[in-house]
Design a protein around this ligand. Structure first.
Ligand SMILES: [Zn+2]
Length: 457
C-alpha cells in the first residue's frame, strides 16, 4: 500500500503517541513552586502570565513584568502586543500547542474576554487539590518517567513526583576552591547553590586539603548513585568554555583554599579543568552516565567540539551531550560518529527550532546509530512539558516519514527508530529504569524511599 507523505506522517505520529515515552531531561518545578509563580489579586498561583514567563518565549521576546497583585487583564493589555512578533517562533508553538490541546483555546485568535477566561482556567488547574501536573505529564503527554534536574536547588536529591528519576547536578564541585564561592549563584541571583562543604559537615568529613576535597567528590558520586541518582549532570557552559585542559593535580591544587579574589583567571580555570576531568573519571568509576549541557550558553564557548579531548581521553565514561549541541547539530553528530562513548540527547532542541531539529534528526540518522539518541522536554511546567513532547513527536514523525517516502527505511524501521529514541534507548542506557516502569500496571506507585538526602537543607 502506498501512502501520501501526510498520511505517512499521521500514521507514524499516532504510533509515536501510542506508547509511553521516557523523558531523560526536564526541570519540572515542584507543585508548591508552580502554585507560587505569580501573585494575583486572588493570591499566589499559576496563571497564563506565569505559564508564559516560565517558558522559553521571553528568552528572545521579552514580556512585560507583572507587579504583585496586578490583575491579569492589566498585564494582558500590555503583553498581547508582544506575541504577534513571535508567531513563527518554535517557543511560541511549543506553548500554544499545549494551550490548544489542554485548554481547548486557540491562543493566536482569542479576544480579551477569552484570554481572561483562559487565565481563570489555568489558575483553577493549579489549586491545592489539583492533580494537574501528574495528569498532564503521565496521561495527556503519555510520559512514564521523567529525569528531573532540580535547577532551582543544584545538587539536591529529593523526589517531588512519583514519576521522577533523580539527577545528581554535580558542577558545584568546579567552583569549590573555597567555601566562599557558594555564598551566591552566579547564574541566577537569589537561587541557592548547594555547597559541597555543607555536605562534608553533614557527613563529619574534615576538608583540610585538596585530597580531602577529592575524597568528598568521590563520596558524593558514590552516595548519590546509592541514593538513586541515575546520572550526573553538568551545565557549566553558561559560565565558561567547554574546553577542559588536562591539568596536573599539583597545578590545580594551587587554587585550593583560596577565594576568587586571591586567584587569577588561569588559576581558577586550572582548578575547574582538573575537577571536570576528575568528574569524568568518577562517572566511569561508578558507572553512572555524565549528561553535559552543550550549545546554548556562553556563546561561542559552548561549542560541543570543545569537549573532544575530554571525551577521547575518557573512553570508559558515557557522555550524553545535551540539546543536540544547537546550533552545532552537525558537529555533534560527527562527535557521536567518531566517539563510541558519546550519546546525543535532543532535549530542548525542537522547542528552540523545529526546523533545525528536523535537519538534526536527519543528519544524525545518517551518521549515528539510532540506539544512541535520546530526548527530553527540558521544561519547567506541565504545559511546557506537554508542548515539548508533542512537538518532538511531530518532528520525529516528519523525519521518519520522509525517510520512508525516500525509500531509505521501511515502515517497521521507522516505528522501531521512533520507539528507540522516545523510550527504548533510555531503558538501555539506564537499566535501573526497568524497576520504575509502572504504566503496564495501570497504577503509579509512590516515589522510592531515600534513606538520606545529598545536600538538602
Ligand atoms: Zn535543562
Amino acid at each position: 500500500m502506498t501512502q501520501s507523505g501526510d498520511q505517512e506522517i499521521d500514521v507514524l505520529g499516532e504510533y509515536l503517541r501510542s506508547f509511553p515515552a521516557i523523558d531523560t531531561h526536564d526541570h519540572l518545578y515542584p507543585v508548591e513552586m508552580l502554585q507560587q509563580q505569580v501573585v494575583t489579586p486572588d493570591g499566589p498561583g499559576m496563571d497564563l502570565c506565569g505559564l508564559w514567563q516560565t517558558s522559553y518565549f521571553p528568552w528572545t521576546l521579552p514580556l512585560p513584568s507583572r507587579p504583585p497583585a496586578q490583575p491579569f487583564s492589566q498585564w494582558w493589555a500590555q503583553a498581547k502586543s508582544a506575541f504577534p512578533h513571535g508567531r513563527a517562533l518554535s517557543s511560541y508553538h511549543h506553548l500554544t500547542r499545549a494551550i490548544h490541546d489542554l485548554y481547548g483555546v486557540d491562543f493566536g485568535r482569542m479576544d480579551d474576554d477569552e484570554a481572561n477566561h483562559l487565565n481563570e482556567q489555568v489558575f483553577c488547574k493549579y489549586q491545592s487539590t489539583s492533580d494537574w501536573a501528574r495528569e498532564v505529564v503521565t496521561e495527556r503527554a503519555n510520559i512514564e518517567l521523567v529525569f528531573i534536574d532540580p535547577c532551582w536547588h543544584y545538587g539536591e536529591l529529593r523526589y517531588y513526583y512519583p514519576f521522577q528519576i533523580l539527577v545528581l547536578r554535580i558542577q558545584q564541585f568546579l567552583h569549590g576552591h573555597s567555601p566562599a564561592e557558594f555564598a551566591h549563584d552566579p547564574v541566577v541571583p537569589g537561587k541557592h547553590r548547594i555547597s559541597p562543604y555543607d555536605l562534608a559537615g553533614q557527613w563529619g568529613m574534615q576538608i583540610d586539603d585538596f585530597d580531602d576535597y577529592l575524597d568528598l567528590m568521590d563520596r558524593v558520586v558514590a552516595e548519590g548513585k546509592a541514593m538513586g541518582a541515575y546520572t550526573l549532570k553538568q551545565a557549566v557552559a553558561y559560565l565558561r568554555t567547554l574546553h577542559f585542559a588536562r591539568v596536573p593535580k599539583a597545578r590545580a591544587a594551587r587554587a585550593f583554599g583560596k577565594p576568587r579574589g586571591e586567584l587569577n583567571a588561569a588559576e581558577i580555570q586550572d582548578f575547574e579543568d582538573f575537577i571536570m576531568w576528575r568528574l569524568a573519571e568518577l562517572s566511569a568509576k561508578y558507572d553512572i552516565p555524565f549528561q553535559i549541557h552543550t550549545g546554548p550558553g556562553l556563546l561561542p564557548h559552548s561549542h560541543p567540539m570543545l569537549l573532544c579531548n575530554l571525551i577521547e581521553a575518557n573512553p570508559a565514561t558515557r557522555f550524553i551531550l545535551f540539546h543536540g549541541g544547537v546550533p552545532w547539530v552537525s558537529e555533534i553528530g560527527m562527535m557521536a560518529f567518531k566517539f563510541p562513548n558519546v550519546w546525543l540527547d535532543a532535549n530542548w532542541m525542537p522547542i528552540l527550532s523545529q526546523t533545525m531539529a528536523r535537519r538534526a534528526f536527519h543528519e544524525w540518522l545518517d551518521m549515528v546509530p539510532s540506539n544512541r539518541i535520546m530526548w527530553g522536554c527540558d521544561s519547567l511546567t506541565p504545559e511546557g512539558l506537554y508542548g515539548a513532547a508533542e512537538i518532538t513527536r511531530d518532528v520525529l514523525a516528519q523525519v521518519l516519514a520522509e525517510r520512508v517516502q525516500m525509500g531509505n527505511i521501511g515502515r517497521d524501521d521507522a516505528r522501531d527508530i521512533g520507539r528507540k529514541i522516545l523510550r527504548d534507548n533510555a531503558l538501555t542506557m539506564f537499566p535501573q529504569l526497568e524497576k520504575r516502569l509502572w504504566k503496564h500496571t495501570g497504577k503509579l506507585p509512590p516515589a522510592p524511599f531515600i534513606a538520606g538526602m545529598v545536600a538538602s537543607r
